[in-house]
Design a protein around this ligand. Structure first.
Ligand SMILES: [Zn+2]
Length: 464
């Protein structure tokens, strides 16, 4: 036996070599980037693959295999991922991304996809600039500018006075190449239905608030794609008062489960955006504390001025501390509603509604994750909502939010396992957004530029 053992071993090794497939040779003229030696999370909650190589060309993942099964071209950019994890980038599913300067702030917080539920004249150009690599930023899916009825809070430029005017606006959004339309608070039921009908005919998704003229049940019955902010829930839950904060504070918890089941059965995605219900009121109650947040160094003068203008426009004598307390009561109720939605298995999205006051681009996603944790979601559930569910909600299942051949190359190189600790997403070792690679030094330099620009804008005297 002692003599034969090496022979047996040699025979086994030969057999193993004979049966191993030849390495996959990555050829072609276009340059490739390869992450080697990584622990790969192909999808959150899924399998882990050790010692793997992921090859990217252009904006696509083109090959995934064990390290020794891939032969890279000599000129490949090789990123050694030893000791790190490679994982899908995450999505902020409610972000108003119009300022190109916000792009790096999303990336630095591991966000490689944004759903923008209100486009505007500059948004299609920004999407194109990001695609060409002129602006660093996440891939953006955008609706057209919000479509509202008479008396809109947002002014005359978004108002559609008639049913036909809504149809025209939807056709214009389709022609402009938007992914969706956004229906808003002051529409009549007829206008709302016409918007949904026209959007379906044009192949556009429908994101909506619940108009004052409708109930959440009526909106869910239209089988639109998403409802934002748990809008309209407060009224159907028996909440009383003029303002949503008052109605949420008085919403009847004995009705939560039934409405959650209805939301689940409708298959309409809910984007609760809990942070935008708490952060502004919290900031207005203690502005010094809000403005001491480290991420505020990236807020330029115009953003700060926009945020502070809410205080200036509040009625004289507004008791911001009392408002904050009321908002906290409403927030506790929203958390309970989110818990009910989880128990009913309703489709959910994680979004922030940045840049509403003191809801900072990119950084705010981590606070929203925290609220989902409070509502009982596990890290894996949160990560799946922010990736696989985000893609499904956009009608893009398999296109992103997953590491697979053919998917967009939206990748995070991480020091720690986000399934164990979500906070590692605050400081990725590197981010690849649609095939463009930003290592930690590149992210830090983008952040430093952003802080410098913000500081300079604040030092300048305001224009006369
Ligand atoms: Zn919004």
């Amino acid at each position: 036996m002692v003599v034969r053992l090496p022979l047996l071993t040699a025979a086994f090794v030969l057999a193993a070599c004979a049966s191993a497939p030849a390495p996959r040779i990555i050829a072609g003229d276009e340059p490739v980037t390869a992450f080697t030696n990584v622990r790969l999370i192909t999808e959150y909650g899924g399998e882990r693959l050790g010692h793997h190589t992921v090859v990217v060309r252009g904006d696509r993942i083109i090959a995934i295999a064990p390290d020794r099964r891939i032969a890279l071209p000599d000129d490949a950019l090789v990123i050694d991922g030893a000791g790190r994890l490679l994982a899908p980038g995450i999505a902020d599913m409610h972000a108003h991304f119009q300022d190109p300067g916000a792009g790096p702030l999303f990336l630095a917080n591991s966000i490689t996809t944004v759903r923008n539920p209100s486009g505007g004249d500059t948004v299609p150009a920004l999407i194109a600039q990001i695609a060409r690599g002129e602006v660093p930023g996440p891939f953006m899916y955008s609706s057209g500018r919000l479509i509202d009825g008479a008396g809109s809070f947002w002014g005359a430029q978004v108002v559609a006075e008639t049913v036909e005017a809504v149809r025209t606006r939807v056709r214009e959004d389709a022609a402009a190449g938007y992914h969706a339309i956004k229906l808003y608070n002051r529409l009549t039921p007829d206008q709302f239905a016409a918007g949904v009908d026209e959007a379906r005919a044009s192949g556009l998704q429908v994101y909506a608030h619940v108009p004052d003229s409708m109930t959440i049940e009526q909106v869910l019955a239209q089988r639109i794609d998403s409802v934002e902010h748990l809008d309209g829930f407060d009224r159907s839950l028996g909440g009383e008062g003029h303002w949503p904060a008052q109605r949420w504070a008085t919403a009847r918890q004995d009705r939560f489960a039934a409405l959650a089941r209805l939301a689940a059965a409708s298959n309409v995605w809910q984007a609760p955006t809990l942070i935008v219900q708490v952060a502004p009121a919290r900031a207005f109650a203690d502005l010094a504390a809000a403005e001491a947040a480290p991420e505020l160094r990236y807020a330029d003068a115009s953003l700060l001025e926009f945020w502070r203008s809410y205080i200036a426009h509040a009625p004289t004598g507004t008791d911001f501390a009392a408002r904050h307390r009321l908002t906290q009561q409403g927030h506790a109720q929203r958390l309970a509603m989110l818990r009910a939605l989880r128990e009913a298995n309703a489709p959910l999205l994680i979004g922030t509604d940045t840049p509403n006051p003191y809801v900072m681009y990119g950084f705010s996603i981590h606070e929203e994750f925290g609220y989902f944790r409070e509502a009982g979601f596990t890290n894996v559930q949160i990560l799946r909502i922010a990736t696989l569910d985000a893609a499904r909600a956009l009608g893009e299942a398999g296109a992103f939010g997953i590491v697979r051949e053919g998917a967009r190359a939206d990748l995070l190189l991480l020091e720690d396992d986000p399934e164990a600790d979500l906070s590692t997403l605050r400081t990725p070792a590197g981010v690849m957004a649609a095939g463009r690679w930003y290592d930690r030094a590149a992210l830090d330099s983008l952040l430093a530029d952003s802080a410098a620009r913000a500081a300079a804008s604040r030092a300048d005297p305001p224009p006369p």
